[in-house]
Design a binder for this molecule. Sequence first.
Ligand code: 5AD
Length: 355
Amino acid sequence: MKRRAEELIRALWERRSLEKLEYEELLSLRDADSAALLRSLAKKARESTYRNRVFLRALIEISNVCKNDCLYCGVRASNKNVCRFSLTDEEILSSCAEGYALGLRTFVLQGGEDARFTDKRLTSLITNIKRTCPEAAVTLSLGERSRKSYTALRNAGADRYLLRHETANAAHYASLHPENMRLETRMRCLSDLKELGFQVGAGFMVGSPNQTLSHLAEDLQFIETFRPQMCGIGPFLPQHDTPFAKEPAGDTDLCLYLLSILRILDPALLLPATTALATAHENGTILGLEAGANVIMPNLSPRRAKENYVLYDGKKITGDQNAANLETLKQTLATAGYVPDFSRGDYRKEHHGTL
Ligand code: 5AD
């Protein structure tokens, strides 16, 4: 391996932090050897906090209606070829009941920015879930809302909120989003969520159009300073009805490399092996875990939701990303040396072992 890569990886391990230019250099020196070293240190870091346990979260896609027009996303407002759906409260509650019976203890309600989900409706939905599934954590992933709205959701009992920052670079953010969307707003939402006591998930796509290694270095620095409890990353995958239809997909190996870096910089970070990763590579979920991920979000959405919540082409709705196949998932995990953990799986600050 290149000596400089090894030096940087050792520095990352010792300081759990690098300068921006060092991150950029580490990304540019990526090869099979540096990836293997990062992977082995990431494994050590993960084992020190979570051992070989993998948290399972039930993902419920509640709506593909969205007022935003993000250039990369298949459910962007201007895409007329999407069959839109928006689940009823009954459908959402029955999905939760089904997941609860399967033993799942986190429900992730994810959807576009759909005005049907008012604060009033959501707070009553959250209260209902908490009443019927008392041991479960509720995670929301419903985009940008006002601080007042986040406050109401938090007061109703929501525990966590996922809102990817998408890219920490303002110019790059502008190239992925329409005029009316600003990185500033996204960052304001993230800091509101954190202040309100949510466990917060940030995250970014790997290989989104116009992305450079310098942008990725900024993403890593952002994670280092903002310190989210969760970070979702996956390769960008083109969707045929978007302006980015002809753009190349993100690099799976680069995504895995970044997962390892993230694991080392925060050994307690909740890091999912995402659906996009599982879609990009047939063994994506296990490769993600090997690289440092410790969360899987099996899809528990009703069929019509699963089929129409299409952010990118080829979305994997079978196998280890489907809650109907928990038994197979347990087998796959066991074979690879992992144990599924059905607890709420909250972020833990304290580190164990010898980091
Ligand atoms: N490829 C990969 N990820 C995507 N997302 C949206 N569109 C795509 C795409 N084409 C991701 C975004 C968003 C999350 C819900 O899905 O990062 O925050």
